[in-house]
Design a protein around this ligand. Sequence first.
Ligand code: ATR
Length: 277
Amino acid sequence: MEKAQYAVFGNPIKHSKSPVIHTLFAQQYAQQIEYRATRVELDDFVLMTKRFFDGGGAGLNITVPFKHEAFNIAHRNSERSLLAGAANVLTRADDGLIDGDNTDGIGLIRDLICNLGWAVQGLRVLLIGAGGAARGVLEPLLQERPRELLVVNRTAARAAELVAEFADIGSLEGGAFDVIGSRQFDLIINATSAGLSGAVPELPSSMLTRRSRCYDMVYGAAAAPFMRWAADHDALAVSDGLGMLVEQAAESFYLWRQLRPDTRSVIDHLRESMEAV
Ligand code: ATR
């Protein structure tokens, strides 16, 4: 039997861990799949996607910078991708149409709750950033019923816009960094891209208590500045987003194969191979 074809499209894509993750998932269930990482030029996304599915491809993961474009070209979008305004999964359905979905938010929640044991319910939560990454996790975060959810962003207007869009799903506030004032938070999530340039958003360390947990949605070098900042200010616990990456992939795998892979062993494997570098 021919192997089912999957891929991740993005740019850059060289360091993508998705092929390893999906290959390990497939091995758990002896699934015959092939999963590639493909670098797509900025103007070629629509063409490459069409070519992939016309050629019999079964499913795509979509990463930076194409998630919004993926959302636009899907014939149908799930409620999750409609809320996020972005799709990180495209699947060829039985009727031949392309379904868009977004598994980033559920990936974050599963990592926080199932892997790290950081329940969100009843907590004072700060989400830093108001770009695509923040938008993708707002609805699932609100579903966990935090006591407070404050979204802060360097550019205040973007935070205000985001909060207005999600206001009918749950209670949340938004603004510039100075809205934090003397407030303190139990869970602080960095959804900015500041770490990519080695920076940390300019936030008051007084917002941390000794019971605060800090999470960066990216991993590797990009997560290091915020994690260091949190550790230096005595956060109770810090985590990068490696688990979120694996969990969003697991949910994609489930959409494609109707099988739920074990994620713990895959996270451990990736962690070990990152430490060995
Ligand atoms: P993504 O899809 O990764 O969210 P994006 O939509 O470009 O990418 O958003 C990047 C986010 O990181 C924004 O919230 C951005 O703040 P602005 O809206 O003010 O640009 C934030 N960001 C990037 N670099 C930052 C820095 N050095 N300090 C604080 N915030 C930063």
